[in-house]
Design a protein around this ligand. Structure first.
Ligand code: HEM
Length: 162
């Protein structure tokens, strides 16, 4: 048996495939995490693009980023759990590889922003147009996370379609 076949054959995988309620519950927590991650990051991204400039970037980031982290904490274990149910088909899917690559790109973009443009944020904290590096980070983040959601939704549609 291949390693992926062994993952799919785990009792957890079988239980998830046998129970729509269980799979639905895990997917619901995954989606709550997605809502929290995307809902929190989108307001910061829009601020980085130059909207609502009366709001302090630093205070907004301090407020939303713990919620983004909590969203990720809900997403990762539930995503891995759902992976177990359909490991074979997912690992063979280019869409799944694209989704994982995009998540990596989103994390790199966030890390680069924090190590780079965010350090100079006291100079453009309120009323000023954020520098181009910050605007680029906000735009990339929006595109990447929306694309991850599209990939996730399309994967479910394909797997349910057989
Ligand atoms: C370690 C990271 C992640 C893993 C392993 C993962 C895995 C999965 C899997 C296996 C599915 C279900 C596909 C199926 O039916 O088998 C799924 C669904 C989904 N994922 Fe993820 N995911 C991860 C992160 C994310 C992130 C960061 C987002 C969005 C920001 C996201 C958005 C979605 C969406 C929207 C769905 C569709 C849910 C539904 O319609 O029920 N995922 N994910």
């Amino acid at each position: 048996m291949t390693p992926i076949g062994a993952i799919e054959a785990l009792p957890l995988g079988r239980a998830l495939r046998d129970s729509h309620t269980l799979l639905g519950a895990v997917a619901t927590v995954h989606l709550l995490g997605v809502g929290l991650l995307f809902g929190s990051i989108v307001v910061l991204d829009l601020r980085l693009l130059g909207l609502s400039r009366s709001i302090s970037v630093r205070r907004l980031a301090a407020h939303v980023l713990p919620w983004t982290a909590l969203g990720f904490l809900l997403i990762v274990p539930t995503g891995l759990t759902m992976f177990v149910a359909h490991a074979g088909r997912l690992i063979a899917s280019r869409l799944f590889a694209l989704k994982m690559g995009l998540i990596f790109a989103g994390a790199v973009n966030a890390a680069a922003f924090h190590a780079g443009a965010f350090r100079s944020s006291p100079a453009w904290d309120t009323e000023r147009m954020p520098p181009s590096a910050a605007r680029a980070a906000g735009a990339i983040s929006l595109v990447v996370w929306i694309s991850v959601i599209v990939c996730g939704r399309m994967l479910v549609a394909r797997i349910q379609g057989g």
